[in-house]
Ligand binder design. Structure first.
Ligand code: ATP
Ligand code: MG
Length: 554
């Protein structure tokens, strides 16, 4: 696998290693900590790449940790899907798969330690009061419970755990600095009461740790050296360090923040993606229009394309939005190199070669990839009746049109040169059949006399082609940033994001296509079998991306 490009995180790690302090001689150890409350999206792919890729680069280790400190109901579905997606991307946590909820007892122990050290206290302010007493830049926060005796806090905290108090009645707060300019340090809440069932610990707990307290402890317990997270945690780092410094831990992980990935014409938060699924605006988390990893996979994206994308967008400290076109560009780059070529007619009309003998069939051996002879060849068959794209014929050609029109010669890709002789129309004037004559001297599509034939069109043999459905996808949203628009982001869903073509004709070799294969349908784009909708009796293909690269390098 490619080695991750250098970035500021690696500079920090290099410095840490060179300094010879805490990190000296230690193997770099990172973690990817998703909350199992939804499917992973392309933003997570960046975080996965940053964590696993950094570990790989330093010959270190990366853990997979379910950050499940919030009590929720069963979500095995999400846990399994997260594992599948990460493996598919090509990363391996080996035997280091953890649940943060497994550390609840240790977290509780550290909380008791802080109380005993006079660094935490039980506070009885309600949520509203706490907000009211939060203060502002010139006024410190306050809590009348701050100086309660250690023994009293210890007793109350024990009773909080025992379930004596109802939700919201009290919290455990760190005793740090009520006047801090960083509001996260104004005696932040470490534990809250929440009588809720947890999917793994059941009803064992009715107090749950806050993220800012739990996360550093999780990192400490797992021996993480570098805790790589997104920028919104930057202002929480002093609290992260405070927790690490004040609990009796020998391991001192360092938090380093990097910019989140945003992509235009889509939404990325799990809450919004879930809404799209639940309100049935899409067919599921793996709808090929979704920016989820499983959606992209179903759409036809490859792990290599996604890894290349996450590497090329780079890692920085500045949030920015990447064009969707760049993700597509990375896929095209991969598939142009690696996808086998094939022919498919998406909107077919008949082409009858009137001077070709009825009942005759010829075979042509064509290469699967123009630049990769090692990808082999396949046989395509040719007979009197073919299907061609309806747009490849015009009875009255527009200017510069070089495809079929009466009197014009065109190359039937890899087969023969044909000359259009006319067409037949139905009662509505719609063309149903195009007629042409072939030149037997041009087998393989060559002109022995050297005459120029401008247009080349793709085709399939009407005799043995396969019927299939093809789904074309476009942006899910009509605006670059649906989150920033007025009103509900749902209002900006594009009505044209899915186009289903039910009457497509594919060359017969595609009958044996594997779900993992990707194809370039000549002149159409890159396609793959839909891993849900397709069956051997009724093939369904998804267009992963079209051929035209709209992405302009800036
Ligand atoms: P969301 O807002 O989409 O629900 P989250 O941050 O709540 O995302 P988590 O499951 O907590 O989702 O995320 C796991 C890890 O992935 C975190 O370390 C988080 O920083 C990172 N991550 C999430 N979204 C992005 C993104 N858009 N770009 C980069 N990293 C991300
Ligand atoms: Mg989250």
């Amino acid at each position: 696998m490619e080695v991750m490009s250098g970035n500021f995180i690696h500079t920090f790690i290099d410095e840490d290693i060179a300094e010879g302090g805490t990190y000296y001689g230690k193997r770099v150890h990172t973690r990817f900590p998703p909350e199992p409350n939804g499917y992973l999206h392309i933003g997570h792919a960046k975080a996965i790449f940053v964590n696993f890729g950094t570990a790989q680069k330093y010959n270190g280790l990366c853990n997979l940790r379910m950050d499940d400190t919030n009590p929720t109901k069963e979500d095995v579905e999400y846990v399994d899907a997260i594992k599948e997606d990460i493996s598919w991307l090509g990363f391996d946590w080996e035997d280091r798969f953890y649940y943060a909820s497994d550390y609840f007892e240790q977290m509780y122990g550290y909380a008791v330690e802080l109380i005993e050290k006079g660094l935490a206290y039980v506070c009885e302010l309600s949520g509203d009061r706490m907000r009211e007493y939060r203060g502002d830049l010139s006024t410190p926060a306050k809590s009348p419970y701050r100086n309660r005796p250690i023994e009293e806090s210890l007793d109350l905290f024990k009773r909080m755990r025992a379930g004596e108090f109802e939700d919201g009645k009290m919290t455990l707060r760190a005793k740090i600095d009520l006047a801090s300019g960083n509001f996260n340090m104004r005696d932040p809440v470490l534990y809250r009461i929440n009588h809720m069932h947890h999917h793994r610990t059941g009803d064992k707990w009715c107090i749950y740790p806050m993220y800012d307290f739990a996360h550093p402890i999780e990192d400490v317990i797992e021996g993480i050296t570098h805790s790589l997270c997104t920028l919104e945690f930057e202002a929480h780092r002093p609290l992260y360090d405070w927790v690490v410094d004040n609990i009796s831990a020998t391991n001192k992980p360092r938090q380093i923040e990097f910019a989140r990935l945003g992509i235009n014409n889509t939404v990325m938060s799990k809450r919004k993606l879930r809404q799209l699924v639940e309100e049935k605006h899409v067919s599921g988390w793996d709808d090929p229009r979704m920016p989820t990893i499983c959606g992209l996979r179903r759409r036809g994206y490859t792990p290599a394309a996604i890894r290349s994308f996450t590497d090329q967008i780079g890692v920085s400290k500045v949030n920015s939005t990447v064009e969707y076109g760049f993700l597509e560009h990375c896929l095209r780059d991969d598939l142009n190199e690696n996808a086998a070529r094939a022919m498919a007619v998406l909107d077919p009309i008949k082409l009858v070669i009137t001077n070709y003998p009825e009942g005759k069939t010829e075979e042509f051996e064509v290469e699967n990839h123009p630049n990769h002879p090692e990808m082999g060849t396949r046989t395509v068959t040719f007979s009197r009746e073919l299907y061609i794209e309806s747009t490849d014929f015009m009875e009255e050609p527009i200017k510069k049109y070089q495809r079929l029109y009466p009197g014009n010669e065109v190359r039937i890709k890899s087969a023969y040169i044909v000359k259009c002789t006319g067409c037949e129309k139905d009662a509505d004037g719609k063309v149903t059949t195009v007629y042409a004559e072939y030149d037997p001297e041009t087998r393989g599509g060559n002109t022995p006399d050297g005459r120029k034939v401008r247009g080349t069109i793709h085709w399939v043999n009407a005799e043995d082609c396969i019927d299939a459905e093809v789904r074309l996808y476009d942006n899910l949203f009509t605006v670059p940033d649906p989150d920033a628009e007025e009103g509900d982001f749902i209002d900006y869903l594009s009505p044209d994001s899915l186009k289903v073509l039910k009457n497509c004709k594919l060359e017969r070799s595609l009958k044996n296509a594997d779900n993992a294969d990707r194809f370039q349908f000549m002149r159409q784009g890159y396609f793959c079998i839909d891993n849900k909708g397709s069956s051997p009796e009724r093939l369904v293909f998804n267009r992963a991306v079209n051929l035209k690269d709209s992405f302009k390098k800036k």
